[in-house]
Design a protein around this ligand. Structure first.
Ligand SMILES: [Ca+2]
Length: 293
């Protein structure tokens, strides 16, 4: 064995040791969390936000956090008598998800987008790297997912289906919001939503939003998570899902409401639509990772 072979062997050994060490750190780092309470301490000041962005049942190579959502059955859509319900919402129906999946705990952030795509399309770039990426069309969200799949040499990342999104948003609840009923159907203060989401009433910002009324997006995971440890499902940024709004494949569905939505449009059952090529500062997304077969 010559010197360069020795050096190669040494480097390989060092590298493998580091992999083992990193693996142990990863196991220790996530061993304490489980579905539902993995992010339960995520709301106590500066430490909270960092935890929410780095803790979950699955952490990918970029540090994106996901919680495992078990298979199950739920009532999709809102009941006819839910206050604030709109006519274009679908009739309530029982939906069974036969396969579990990993749901990203927050919307895709500007920092995560830049790490994959190289530049930041966001209107609210002054909000910062932990704010949701905005001004992404559904088509460009698909481009991000394709690039992330390439990056990790997998095909398991996808947009959530509309059913996957709503099942995760409800987190076992049957009320308008994951943690209770809606009480404000105008443009005022809704105390239940206020605890979980940024919406028209509470979304004023300190940075220059370059938009009327001084409202904009906020860093993710500052409000309370739902029972399954998911943040910002209600409000902050509308989230593209993979479904089409109608059978014509013209308009794509977005869910959850955003920083300029009134409370009624942030309900778990509400759906809106847009052209899949349209970029709007209202729209972002989060992703799922499908488990191996
Ligand atoms: Ca949202």
């Amino acid at each position: 064995m010559n010197n360069s072979q020795k050096l190669f062997k040494f480097l390989r050994y060092t590298f493998l040791s580091m992999v083992v060490i990193l693996g142990l750190v990863t196991i220790i780092g996530t061993g304490g969390s489980s579905n539902g309470d993995g992010s339960g301490n995520g709301n106590n000041g500066n430490g909270g936000k960092g935890d929410a962005l780095t803790e979950g049942d699955f952490i990918n190579s970029l540090g994106m956090a996901f919680n495992y959502i078990e298979p199950g059955t739920f009532m999709m859509g809102s009941p006819e008598d839910e206050p604030g319900r709109r006519e274009d919402e679908r009739r309530q129906q029982e939906v069974t998800l036969t396969q579990g999946y990993y749901m990203q705990t927050t919307p895709v952030t500007q920092g995560q987008w830049v790490a994959v795509m190289g530049s930041n399309p966001s209107h609210f770039d002054e909000c910062g790297t932990d704010c949701p990426v905005d001004s992404v069309s559904r088509n460009s969200a698909e481009d991000f997912i394709a690039a992330l799949n390439d990056l990790e040499d997998t095909d398991r990342y996808a947009l959530p289906t509309e059913a996957q999104w709503e099942y995760a948003a409800r987190a076992g609840s049957t009320t308008a919001f994951a943690n209770g009923e809606i009480t404000e159907t105008g443009d005022g203060y809704d105390p239940v939503l206020d605890s979980m989401g940024w919406y028209y009433y509470n979304s004023q910002v300190d940075y220059d939003s370059r938009w009327g009324a001084g409202r904009g997006t906020h860093p993710v995971a500052q409000k309370e998570p739902n029972a399954w440890g998911l943040y910002d499902m209600h409000g902050n940024i509308w989230e593209w899902v993979s479904d089409w709004y109608d059978s014509g494949e013209i308009h794509a569905v977005a869910r959850g409401g955003g920083f300029r939505s009134t409370a009624r449009d942030c309900r778990s059952g509400y759906r809106t639509d847009g052209s899949p090529s349209a970029r709007s500062f209202n729209n972002g997304f989060r992703i799922v990772r499908l488990p191996s077969d």
